[in-house]
Design a protein around this ligand. Structure first.
Ligand SMILES: Nc1ncnc2c1ncn2[C@@H]1O[C@H](COP(=O)(O)OP(=O)(O)OP(=O)(O)O)[C@@H](O)[C@H]1O
Length: 638
C-alpha cells in the first residue's frame, strides 16, 4: 500500500501528472459550479447587445440573442462532460458484456459474438456514431446511445484480449478444476485482473467521447435548443465567425482542454499501473492415428484409468500430436511420478486428465476414467462436482497459482462454498484449518493476506491446502518444487507424502527430476516424445531400468554429484519436435543400442514383469551403475 501510494505521489509530481490534475480539477470544478453561479447570465437575453464582439462587459462577446458567450461556454461544461461520461460508461459496460460473453456462451455463439465485434471494430468510430445517431433519432438520448454503441466494439475487443491473457493463468485453471462456474469465474477471477487497463482506456475513451459529442451537436443531431453543449455553441458561433471569431473559438478551446484533461489523466494512470495503452472443452474429433499402446489390466482399486490418450493441436500444415497414445493406471492412494525431458508431453497428460486442455487442442482416448466416471463423455456440468471435490491441481509457478486480487483464505473458502454449500464463515474457518494442516504459521492471520504477502514455498503449501478443501482422491502436481529452493522443496515433498498417507490420496507427480520422483513415488512413468517408454516401480530403479532412455536420464541426474575429473554423462542430441517425430522408435537417433529395426518399427509398451512395462526392442538387462543407485535412493522425502 505504502509503495503504491508513493508511486501515485511520484506520478503526481511529474509534469504530465501535475498538468492532468490541474486540468481535471478545473473541468470538474466548472462542471459542478458554473451552472450554480452563472446559469442566469448564460440565459439572459439582451436585445441591445446582439452579435457583439469582445468588450469589457462581455469578454468574449455575445450571440444572436445578446447572451454572454463566455458564461454560456462555462455553463455548457456540465452538460458536455456529463453526456461524454455517460456515453463512456454505457459504452464500456456494453463493451465488457460483449467482451465477456464468448467465455460464458456455448462455443459457436461465442465465436459469433467475436466475429460481430471484429467486424464492428473495423468501422471508424465516428461513422458508427453517425449510423447509430440516425437509428436512435436526433436529440441528446440518441446521441448518448450512438456514441456509447460506437465505443463498445473497441472495448469489447480490449476486454476479450485482456481476458484471454488472464484465462491462461494457473489460478484460473485451478478455479476451473475446483469446479467454479463460468460466470463466477468471470466475475471473481477474470474481471478484477483486467480492471486497471480497462479503467485507463475508459478514461482516455471519455476524451474521445467528448470530441464525438461535440461533433454530433455541431452537426445538429446532438443536443437540441434550448439546451446547449460545446458542440452546439460551436455551431452557433460559426455563423458569425467573421464578426466575432471568439464565439466559435471559445467552445472549440473548451472541447480541446477538457478532452486533453481526460487523456492526460488516462496516460498518467497508465504510467503508474504499468498499462500499455476460452474455457476447457474436450471434444471427440478425428485426429491422425499415432500408434497404440498395449492395454493394461486394471484392478478394482484403479482410480484413474488412461488408455491410448492422445492430445493433438491443429497446425496450418496438419495436426501436431504431442501426446501419442499414453496408457497408465493410478490406483487409490498410489503415488505415480511422470518424468521426462522438457516437451515430452508430461504437462499435457496432466492437463488432459483434469480437462484443462484449451481449444483448439483435442483430447481423445480409448478410456479416460476418473473414479469410475468417463471424463470425455460426461457433460461438463456433471463433472464439475466430481473434479471440484476429488481432484486437485498444484501448478509449477506459485506466483500465478493464486488470484492476486483476492485474499488467500477467501480463495480456499470458495471451494467449500461451491461444493459443500458451506456458509461464508464456516468455509473460511475450514480454509484456516486447511492452511494450518499444511503448516502455514499463524494461519488465521495469513488467511487474510494476499498471495504476494506469502513466500513461494508458503504459496505452494497453500495451493495444496486449497486442494484439500474438498476430499481429493487424486492430486496432480506439475513440477511443484521447480521454483523452490532445496530445503523448501524437501518440505513440500514431505507434505505431499504426508497428505497421501493421511488421506489415502493418490498423487500424480510430474517432474523432470528423476531423483525427486524416485524419493516420493511408488511408481514412475518415463515419457519420451509423447509416449510412455517405461513404467516401473521406483524400487526397481536400483536394480536397473530396462529402457536406454531411462538409464540415460538416471545417469544425467548424477551430473551435480560427480567427481569433476570424470567426463559428464549427458544424453547426446535432442528429443524430436512433436510435429517431426520420426518413423520407428523416437529415441533411436540418440540411443546407443539402436539397430535398423528401431529406425523403422515403433516398439509397443509391453509388460516384462507384472509391475514393469517397457517400450524397447533392446531392453537392457544389466544392473544400473552403483552411483546411479545412490542418486535415486539418497535422502528419502519422508
Ligand atoms: N497449446 C498448445 N498448442 C500447441 N502445442 C502445444 C501446446 N501445449 C503444449 N504444446 C506442445 O506439446 C509438447 C509437450 O508439452 P508439455 O507442456 O506437455 O511438455 P512437458 O513434458 O510438460 O515439458 P516441460 O517440462 O517443459 O513443461 C511441447 O512440444 C509443446 O510445445
Amino acid at each position: 500500500m505504502g509503495r503504491r501510494g508513493s508511486k501515485w505521489l511520484a506520478a503526481a509530481r511529474t509534469p504530465l501528472g501535475a498538468c492532468s490534475i490541474v486540468l481535471l480539477t478545473l473541468v470538474v470544478a466548472l462542471a459542478v459550479l458554473a451552472p450554480i453561479l452563472w446559469q442566469d447570465r448564460a440565459f439572459a437575453v439582451d436585445t441591445d447587445a446582439i452579435g457583439q464582439g469582445p468588450s469589457g462587459t462581455h469578454l468574449l462577446g455575445t450571440d444572436s440573442l445578446g447572451r454572454d458567450i463566455l458564461f454560456r461556454v462555462l455553463v455548457a461544461t456540465r452538460l458536455s462532460v456529463t453526456l461524454a461520461v455517460l456515453a463512456t460508461v454505457i459504452g464500456v459496460t456494453v463493451g465488457l458484456v460483449l467482451g465477456a460473453l464468448p467465455s460464458v456462451l456455448p462455443r459457436a455463439a461465442g465465436r459469433l459474438v467475436i466475429s460481430v465485434v471484429t467486424i464492428a471494430v473495423a468501422f471508424p468510430g465516428l461513422l458508427l456514431a453517425l449510423f447509430f445517431a440516425v437509428i436512435f433519432g436526433v436529440g441528446t438520448h440518441g446521441a448518448v446511445l450512438a456514441i456509447a454503441f460506437a465505443m463498445a466494439p473497441s472495448f469489447a475487443r480490449l476486454a476479450q484480449t485482456l481476458a484471454a491473457s488472464v484465462v491462461g493463468r494457473d489460478f484460473v485453471s485451478a478455479a476451473k478444476v475446483a469446479g467454479v462456474g463460468r460466470i463466477r469465474l468471470l466475475v471473481r477471477h477474470v474481471l478484477p485482473n483486467i480492471g486497471e487497463p480497462l479503467v485507463v482506456n475508459a478514461t482516455i475513451g471519455a476524451g474521445a467521447a467528448l470530441l464525438a459529442f461535440a461533433g454530433l451537436s455541431f452537426l445538429g443531431i446532438g443536443v437540441q435548443a434550448p439546451d446547449f453543449d460545446w458542440g452546439r455553441l460551436l455551431n452557433e458561433g460559426l455563423d458569425g465567425i467573421y464578426l466575432n471569431p471568439a464565439a466559435a473559438l471559445a467552445p472549440g478551446v473548451a472541447v480541446v482542454l477538457a478532452g486533453l484533461a481526460f487523456n492526460l489523466v488516462g496516460e498518467a494512470v497508465a504510467g503508474v499501473v504499468g498499462v500499455r495503452t476460452r474455457s476447457a472443452r474436450i471434444g471427440r474429433r478425428s485426429v491422425p492415428a499415432a500408434g497404440t499402446a498395449a492395454a493394461e489390466e486394471h484392478g478394482d482399486d484403479a482410480l484413474l484409468v488412461v488408455e491410448n490418450l492422445q492430445v493433438a493441436f491443429p497446425r496450418p500444415s496438419g495436426w501436431t500430436v504431442p501426446v501419442r497414445g499414453v496408457s497408465f493406471t493410478v490406483r487409490a492412494g498410489e503415488a505415480v511420478g511422470v518424468v521426462g525431458e522438457s516437451g515430452s508431453g508430461k504437462s499435457l497428460t496432466g492437463l488432459a486428465v483434469s480437462r484443462l486442455v484449451e481449444t483448439p487442442g483435442v483430447v481423445t482416448a480409448d478410456r479416460l476414467e476418473f473414479a469410475g466416471t468417463p471424463l470425455l463423455t460426461t457433460p461438463e456440468r456433471e463433472l464439475r462436482g466430481l473434479l471440484g471435490t476429488s481432484l486437485a491441481m498444484v501448478f509449477q509457478d506459485p506466483m500465478t497459482s493464486f488470484n492476486p486480487t483476492r485474499r488467500i483464505g477467501r480463495q480456499l473458502a470458495e471451494v467449500s462454498e461451491q461444493h459443500q454449500g458451506l456458509p461464508r464463515r464456516k468455509a473460511f474457518e475450514r480454509a484456516v484449518g486447511r492452511l494450518r494442516s499444511v503448516r502455514i504459521p499463524a494461519a488465521e492471520r495469513r488467511a487474510r493476506q494476499y498471495p504476494h504477502e506469502f513466500s513461494g514455498g508458503m504459496r505452494q503449501r497453500a495451493m495444496i491446502g486449497m486442494g484439500l478443501m474438498g476430499e481429493p482422491r487424486l492430486i496432480i502436481a506439475d513440477e511443484p518444487t521447480t521454483a523452490l529452493d532445496v530445503t523448501v522443496q524437501r518440505q513440500l515433498l514431505r507434505l505431499l507424502a504426508r497428505t497421501r498417507t493421511e488421506g489415502d490420496t493418490a498423487i500424480l507427480l510430474i517432474s523432470h527430476d528423476i531423483a525427486v520422483v524416485s524419493q516420493t513415488c511408488d511408481r514412475m512413468l518415463v515419457m519420451y516424445a509423447g509416449r510412455v517408454v517405461e513404467d516401473l516401480l521406483t524400487g526397481d530403479l536400483a536394480a536397473g531400468p530396462r529402457h536406454p532412455y531411462t538409464r540415460a536420464l538416471l545417469a544425467a541426474t548424477l551430473e551435480l554429484d560427480t567427481d569433476r575429473a570424470e567426463p559428464l554423462t549427458v544424453i547426446p542430441g535432442r528429443p524430436p519436435e512433436p510435429d517431426r517425430v520420426p518413423a520407428g522408435c523416437a529415441f533411436a537417433a540418440r540411443c546407443p543400442a539402436a539397430t535398423d529395426q528401431c529406425l523403422v518399427e515403433d516398439p509397443v509398451l509391453e509388460s516384462v514383469t507384472a509391475a514393469h512395462r517397457v517400450a524397447c526392442w533392446h531392453p537392457q538387462e544389466d544392473a544400473a551403475p552403483e552411483r546411479a543407485r545412490e542418486a535415486v535412493t539418497a535422502g528419502g522425502a519422508e
